[in-house]
Design a protein around this ligand. Structure first.
Ligand SMILES: C[S@@+](CC[C@H](N)C(=O)[O-])C[C@H]1O[C@@H](n2cnc3c(N)ncnc32)[C@H](O)[C@@H]1O
Length: 248
């Protein structure tokens, strides 16, 4: 299998994981050379996955599908909501193979192919095998929207809304506009084939369609807390990533 650098394996390297290839380390070092805070930003993003997973579980959900999962390590969904069934998905064949190896002994979690922009690519038999018969779902779509243009995001969120059972929750993140300050970083990601779309709460809200926002609203990911009674961390400007949870 020919392997190109993948943002998820670069994240695994930054988070202190062990599932990446030399080509990913090389790309991660170049990126961190341009923007040294990358490892911190992605730690915050993984902590956000923990917060949203706990929140969705607290709403009585015990079946999760993760889109654009990357590596199921370092505080990912099944490690946070260990009693739930979790199906990870991605389009990157190397990530899928690594994920399947990591989860081989785990009877509550599995990993399969799905292009999040086309749910028809998700094998229903695998969904049933890992999750059982679907009730209300928790869905996690983190680290992917930044690379998807508005028209496709709108279509995807619409298709997901029709597909998900009523009472389902979906957690998302979007890149904020802080990247503008780092044009070299955007150029570098572009050169890796990862064009970044930057958004603000207003443009994010416009993409959500029929999905309803939870009371948390749209917050910088580091300020998003599962427990609404917890005092939100002061938002630091500029915002790198916004997060929100929506429900049907
Ligand atoms: C920046 S990484 C984020 C990984 C993980 N969610 C995290 O937060 O660490 C983006 C991941 O999305 C995957 N990806 C990109 N486009 C996708 C698509 N259309 N459908 C599913 N996965 C996709 C990439 O292969 C990569 O694993």
């Amino acid at each position: 299998m020919e392997v190109s650098p993948n943002t998820a394996r670069m994240i695994d390297y930054w988070l202190g994981g062990s599932h990446y290839f030399p080509i990913d380390v090389e790309a991660a070092k170049v990126c961190a050379g341009v923007y040294p805070d990358f490892p911190t930003v992605f730690r915050e993003l993984r902590d956000y996955i923990g917060q949203v997973s706990r929140y969705i579980e607290s709403q009585g959900i015990d079946q999760f599908i993760v889109f654009g999962s990357g590596l199921p390590t370092c505080g990912n969904v099944h490690e946070v909501v260990a009693q739930a069934k979790v199906l990870y998905t991605d389009i990157d064949r190397a990530n899928i193979k690594l994920g399947q190896e990591i989860l081989a002994e785990n009877s509550n979690a599995g990993y399969t192919f799905c292009d999040a922009t086309n749910l028809d690519t998700l094998e229903q038999s695998v969904v049933a095998q890992v999750l059982g018969s679907i009730r209300r779902l928790g869905m996690v779509f983190v680290g992917v929207a930044a690379f998807i243009p508005d028209e496709i995001m709108t279509q995807m969120l619409d298709q997901l809304y029709d597909w998900a059972p009523a009472g389902s929750f979906l957690a998302l993140d979007f890149d904020g506009e802080a990247g503008i300050v780092y044009p070299e970083m955007l150029e570098l990601l572009d050169s890796m084939g990862a064009h970044v779309y930057m958004r603000n709460p207003e443009t994010i809200r416009a993409l959500l369609g029929r999905w309803q926002l939870t009371e948390h609203g749209i917050l910088p990911v580091e300020a998003w807390q599962a427990d609404l009674s917890a005092k939100p961390i002061e938002a630091s400007e500029p915002v790198f990533m916004y997060g929100c949870v929506v429900y049907k």
